[in-house]
Every structure is written in C-alpha cells, then in structure tokens.
Design a protein around this ligand. Structure first.
Ligand code: HEC
Length: 216
C-alpha cells in the first residue's frame, strides 16, 4: 500500500512539473517538408518565387488582349447590372461546330464542366450525383427549357465570372473556348451532331424566347 502511494506521488510530481507556461522551441526539424507545408497557393503573393521569376499571381494587365485571341470581351463583372445586360451579347462564332471543334469542345466541357453538369449536361455530374455527392447545390440542367431560353450572352457572363455556387472560368478557358462551349451546349440542347444539316427548331425557339438579339 505504501509502495503504491509513493509511486502515485512520484507520478503526480512528474506530471505537475511537466506542466509549464514556459514556451520552448520545437528543437531541430529534420524533415522540414513535413513540418511546413510546401503548398503553393494560386495567386499567392510569394516573393521568394517571384525573385526566381515564377509568377503564380501574374494576371493579365487590365485592358490587354492575349496574342492570337480572336474574341475580345469587355463586359465587366456584375458591378452595375452587367448580368442582365450581358443577355444582349451575341455569340461571335456562328453556325455549328465543325467535327474537329466539336471533339475539342467536348473535351474542354468534360474536363471543366462535366464533373458538375454531367456528361449528359443534365446537371447530374459525379460531384452532385442526385445529391449524394459532396456538392451542396444542384448544378443547372444545361439541356432544360430554362437553359434553352437563356441567352448566349448570359451564359457567357456566368461562365466568365461564375454564378452563385459556380466558380469563374475566365482563367481556365479563353473567350473563344467559352463561346465554343456555349455552341456545344446549344447543339446538345437541339440534339444536333456535327456535320448534320442546318440548325434545328430548338435553336429557333431560343432566338424567339430569349431577350438576346440573336445567337448567330
Ligand atoms: C463545381 C460545380 C460546377 C462546375 C465545375 C461548373 N458549374 Fe455551371 N453551375 C453550377 C451550379 C451549382 C450552378 C447554379 C448556380 C446558381 O444559380 O446559383 C451552375 C450554373 C450554370 C449555368 C447557368 C448560369 C446562370 O446564369 O444561371 C451555366 C450556363 C453553367 N453553369 C455552365 C457551366 C459551364 C459551361 C461549365 C464549365 C466551363 C460549368 N458550368 C462548370 C456548378 C458548376
């Protein structure tokens, strides 16, 4: 009994003496990659990397256009109702996508949009998956009547600057690629395939119902 109480007192003394508010250094770090995250965040203002000429935050200079860019977009983010006025913008790419452009645009769509909007464009991509996925909000069904009526310009504005829970795609896709994705969505809405004959009725409905001047 005595022995046990002596052991208890010793353990107690050690435990109490190890509690202290004196800050100690963590000692030598022999695996710094584990102690400090080496994550490089997009757009972070990393001066060390900039000194090496690596610019993660290099945004295009305002008002400039990339060399080779065919489509120039000047509408600003929704500061003064540009979401509404964007509906008057028309798609500078007319007609249907060629076979090669269709294949390329499908690739772009599946990489950037399919995860949420689904390969069938029905708004049920793997990230949402009938609400079972981690994404909290149902992505829009891009082949629904609502989206058939939405003006090309509105879509372009939302893809450029994001909408609600959807992020912006201005830095991932060039303006031309964004318009091509819209052409792709239109072709899917009308059940068109590249190389098939002239525009279908559904495209005509879009023109009549939307507030956009026209999509071609
Ligand atoms: C992370 C998931 C996600 C991805 C990826 C995504 N979207 Fe969306 N998208 C959404 C959600 C959610 C909405 C509904 C937004 C709202 O109304 O709040 C939406 C809405 C839209 C709309 C309707 C916009 C409007 O003005 O109402 C269009 C058009 C659209 N997406 C196209 C695209 C295209 C094209 C891509 C690929 C370049 C894409 N989305 C990528 C989740 C996503």
């Amino acid at each position: 009994m005595n022995k046990i109480s002596i052991i208890a007192v010793v353990i107690g003394a050690v435990a109490i003496s190890s509690c202290s508010d004196v800050k100690r250094t963590p000692g030598k770090i022999y695996m710094p990659d584990m102690a400090y995250s080496r994550a490089v965040e997009t757009y972070n203002d990393n001066r060390e990397l900039q000194a090496e000429g690596i610019n993660y935050n290099a945004m295009p200079v305002a008002g400039t256009v990339a060399r080779g860019e065919e489509v120039i977009y000047k509408m600003l983010k929704d500061t003064a109702g540009t979401y509404v006025t964007s509906s008057s913008m028309t798609n500078p790419l007319t007609g249907k996508l060629s076979e090669a452009d269709y294949t390329e645009t499908e690739r772009i769509y599946l990489i950037n949009c399919g995860i949420c909007h689904g390969a069938k464009l029905d708004g049920n991509g793997p990230l949402y998956n009938d609400g079972k996925g981690p994404y909290p909000l149902a992505p829009k069904n891009l082949v629904s009547d609502e989206l058939k009526k939405m003006a090309d310009g509105t879509m372009f504005h939302s893809i450029t600057y994001g909408k609600g829970m959807m992020g912006p795609y201005a830095s991932q896709l060039s303006p031309k690629q964004r318009w091509m994705v819209i052409q792709y969505i239109r072709m899917k809405q009308g059940g068109e395939t590249p190389g098939a004959a002239a525009a279908t009725d559904s495209t005509a409905t879009v023109k009549a119902d939307s507030t956009a001047t026209a999509m071609n």
